[in-house]
Design a protein around this ligand. Structure first.
Ligand code: TYD
Length: 208
């Protein structure tokens, strides 16, 4: 399922600005003539979007942590099979707003003993990492201020608060340190166009 395209994921805590950056990068690469598939997790395929509704709405204790890992992984498998792998096989650039690192960090934080389950499921049914992961790093207080202003019904994780966002940030930075060849940390506190310029620089170095 590797293919000839380029698989890029954006990661970061809630409100890091990664969705904006993913969109800007997609437009930029399309202008340069590349076929780009801009997608997101949880979701990105019809079935995975249905699972997204299940995991992101409702009470904070709607699912046990173990069930949540299974749901996110099921959504990812469908997304990979139906959208990501076919696009990479066509030679497209796939830009995913979140991928497996989000499960490692969000479901692993607070329940470190779940990381083996996350890793084993990934090995069994996903087995693919992005070629490049851009971690948009931001101070959680600044991120939370952004998501608070956004509103909407999918606040199950964001409702967990600042202390959790601090631990998520540390979790993402630890992953980046574990996989420095794949994950590049981008300073997210600057203006969107400044962050976008840095993203473009890193991606064009990878494409050339
Ligand atoms: P979303 O509205 O896409 O938030 P964001 O713009 O911050 O990406 O909601 C995704 C939420 O789901 C977010 O809080 C992170 C969480 N999540 C997990 O807990 N595990 C996962 O594997 C993924 C992909 C997302």
């Amino acid at each position: 399922m590797s293919g000839a395209g380029l698989f890029i994921s954006f990661e970061g805590i809630d409100g890091s600005g990664k969705s904006t950056q993913a969109r800007i990068l997609a437009e930029d690469l399309r202008e340069k003539g590349r076929e780009v598939v801009l997608t997101r997790e949880p979701g990105g395929s019809a079935g995975a979007e249905e699972i997204r509704r299940l995991v992101l709405t409702g009470a904070g204790d709607r699912w046990s942590p173990e069930t949540e890992v299974l749901l996110f992984t099921a959504a990812r498998r469908d997304h990979l099979e139906r959208v990501i792998a076919p696009a990479l096989d066509r030679g497209a650039v796939v830009i995913s707003d979140r991928f497996a690192d989000s499960t490692r960090v969000y479901q692993g934080v607070g329940r470190a003993d779940l990381r083996p389950l996350v890793d084993e499921l990934h090995r069994l049914v996903i087995g693919r990492e992005p070629d490049l992961t851009l971690l948009i790093d931001i101070d959680p207080a600044a991120g939370l201020a952004r998501t608070g202003a956004r509103g909407g019904g999918e606040a199950r994780f964001e409702s967990f608060g600042l202390a959790l966002q601090e631990r998520l940030r540390a979790g993402f930075l630890a992953l980046a340190a574990e996989a420095p060849g794949r994950v590049t940390v981008i300073e997210g506190a600057h203006a969107p166009e400044v962050v976008a310029a840095e993203v473009a620089r890193v991606v064009s170095a990878r494409l050339s």
